[in-house]
Design a protein around this ligand. Structure first.
Ligand code: HEM
Length: 158
């Protein structure tokens, strides 16, 4: 009986989850946040929070799947030792970016960020939208660097 190719399948699940997660981040950054200027200033942040609430659940599930599949591959491929050296920086980057999103989605957003955004958005909808756009743009650039580093790292570059 042929055995299931677990590791290649997990890599596919890992990469597909990254595509959906970072694709959503790119859509929010390059389409949703810029389009909000068409709404009256007072409606911009409530509209953003409604859209974000729907994507937030997807993002949480995807981040958990990326972490579980990545952690299992890390263990099975015996790559953890590589993380301490310069040749494992691409792995450190993936784990650090993942940990940042775990903190954002599971701790900061429910605890403080949403309330803070709602209050700040009621005072100045446009300044809050611009701040959100800058924050999302930074996260998107970081994501693109992490994905590029991962692909190069797996190929043994660096
Ligand atoms: C706990 C977090 C993570 C862990 C432990 C992890 C671990 C891994 C491992 C072990 C591989 C396979 C390496 C190999 O085939 O030799 C991999 C591949 C990959 N990871 Fe992650 N990862 C994590 C998070 C992320 C994040 C946040 C991103 C992007 C934002 C990412 C993007 C990728 C990509 C694109 C590949 C495929 C590279 C290729 O095969 O060309 N990973 N990851």
């Amino acid at each position: 009986m042929t055995r299931l190719p677990i590791l290649p399948l997990l890599l596919a699940v890992h990469v597909l989850s990254v595509i959906l997660w970072i694709g959503g981040l790119a859509f929010v950054t390059t389409v949703v946040l810029p389009a909000l200027v068409r709404l009256p200033a007072a409606q911009r942040i409530p509209a953003f929070l409604e859209i974000e609430r729907r994507f937030g659940l997807q993002a949480r599930v995807l981040v958990l799947v990326v972490g579980a599949s990545g952690g299992y591959m890390l263990m099975r491929l015996h790559l953890a030792g590589l993380m301490a050296g310069a040749h494992g920086l691409w792995l450190d980057g993936m784990v650090a970016f993942w940990a940042l999103f775990m903190l954002l989605l599971f701790v900061l957003e429910p605890a403080v960020l949403h309330r803070h955004l709602r209050e700040r958005g009621a005072r100045d909808g446009e300044a809050t939208r611009a701040l959100l756009l800058r924050g999302h743009a930074v996260l998107l650039v970081l994501a693109l660097i992490v994905v590029t580093a991962a692909v190069l790292g797996v190929q043994g570059v660096g």
